[in-house]
Design a protein. Structure first.
Length: 94
């Protein structure tokens, strides 16, 4: 890896820039946006604890950061980190 690239930058692997990141001055890398990442962590925690719905969290994130994330996109993020709701709650499918 190039010595000049900061540690918290991530390699860009798709055409979509994930929530919490923006294009960086380094070709092929994404720069973290602390406010978005912190807000996403807070919202994710509230979703996992079932304090708010995906849609409410999505709306709050847009209001708080000025950047949109769909409820479905937020669900994919939560499921990737914590597993599906059924997995988190230990509910078996019939």
């Amino acid at each position: 890896m190039n010595e000049d690239i900061p540690e918290d930058y991530i390699k860009r692997v798709t055409s979509t820039v994930p929530f919490g990141y923006e294009l960086s001055e380094y070709q092929g890398y994404l720069k973290p946006i602390e406010k978005e990442i912190n807000s996403l962590r807070l919202a994710t925690g509230m979703i996992v604890n079932e304090e708010i719905s995906l849609q409410m969290a999505s709306d709050w994130l847009q209001f708080n950061t000025g950047r949109k994330i769909s409820a479905k996109g937020l669900q994919k993020h939560v499921d990737k980190l914590y597993g599906t709701r059924k997995e988190r709650l230990g509910v078996e499918s019939a």
